[in-house]
Design a binder for this molecule. Sequence first.
Ligand SMILES: NC(=O)C1=CN([C@@H]2O[C@H](COP(=O)(O)OP(=O)(O)OC[C@H]3O[C@@H](n4cnc5c(N)ncnc54)[C@H](OP(=O)(O)O)[C@@H]3O)[C@@H](O)[C@H]2O)C=CC1
Ligand SMILES: Nc1nc(=O)c2c([nH]1)NC[C@@H]1CN(c3ccc(C(=O)N[C@@H](CCC(=O)O)C(=O)O)cc3)C=[N+]21
Length: 300
Amino acid sequence: MTATIIDGKAFAAKVREQVAGHVSRLKEEHGITPGLAVVLVGEDPASQVYVRSKGKQAVEVGMNSYEHKLDAETSEADLLALIDQLNNDPAVHGILVQLPLPAHLDSDLVINAIDPAKDVDGFHISNVGLLGTGQKSMVPCTPLGCLMMLRDHHGSLSGMNAVVVGRSNIVGKPMAQLLLGDSCTVTIAHSRTKDLPEVVRRADIVVAAVGRPEMVPGDWIKEGATVIDVGINRIDAPEKGEGKTRLVGDVAFSDASKVAGAITPVPGGVGPMTIACLLANTVTACCRANGLPEPTGLTA
Ligand SMILES: NC(=O)C1=CN([C@@H]2O[C@H](COP(=O)(O)OP(=O)(O)OC[C@H]3O[C@@H](n4cnc5c(N)ncnc54)[C@H](OP(=O)(O)O)[C@@H]3O)[C@@H](O)[C@H]2O)C=CC1
Ligand SMILES: Nc1nc(=O)c2c([nH]1)NC[C@@H]1CN(c3ccc(C(=O)N[C@@H](CCC(=O)O)C(=O)O)cc3)C=[N+]21
């Protein structure tokens, strides 16, 4: 069996197209332009790339993008003051603080300072609680992107065995909540899980969000399973030349794609969907802030 490749890049382009349609309607019919503020503290090169990409794509769909780059030594008080300013700025509908933050900053404190209605990452405790209780919330972008691809591929996920490898607050836990919301039987695995290969072999849906290059080998995958690879790992690629690197996921793609029914590639899978969902969340937040009906099909 050769797996269907789930093309996250193409799917993300479709989501952005829908978002762009909503943005132009908001502008024409209501004179409102959705605005996304992205805050980056420090100079982490990977984070800089993502932040640039978010800003660029926001502008491409017709939104306003506000980038705030603060130096690595920024104090907590200064960062909180910026968040307060963005919370009170009516032109800003979505706020994202790029993680991880430098170690001297308390990320829980910072995230919980964001107005939950503008928390387009869905990381604020009130959004986490709303998601956990099945209420309307802002849904974290990466898990939302994964859910969209799974629903598109399967239609209904009801009754499927889903295994999420990884229990982070930004990916693993919200992913498990969303799968549960779609009536999967959900297992969350992590570094203390006993006999992980056997746990993964039971899965109809595997979501790998670990951060270890190709740690899930092909022989852990059940024949025909759907594999969503969230991992983004930059590894050395001497075959491309000295000092060169390449991106790989948490799944050994080549072997897994021989047994899986469907699989997302890295790059070109979950990553582009994450940014598309960030834009979708910003439009949703903008509609809610203005008491307008929110787009359908762009939330969980
Ligand atoms: N495509 C995208 O848009 C995004 C991609 N990512 C990528 O996804 C990956 C995961 O990110 P994130 O959730 O933030 O990572 P974290 O480091 O926060 O969490 C990793 C999780 O993996 C678990 N884990 C670590 N080692 C093992 C192991 N040997 N066996 C089983 N589980 C293990 C950890 O378990 P424990 O809790 O026990 O320590 C932890 O729960 C990274 O590669 C990251 O770059 C992240 C966000 C967005
Ligand atoms: N507050 C916050 N929210 C986030 O959503 C967030 C964050 N912090 N910190 C870092 C992680 C990581 N993340 C990615 C987004 C897009 C790609 C992406 O587009 N990847 C491309 C490749 C990009 C490349 O070539 O480097 C792809 O997979 O095809 C990857 C990773 C969002 N994150």
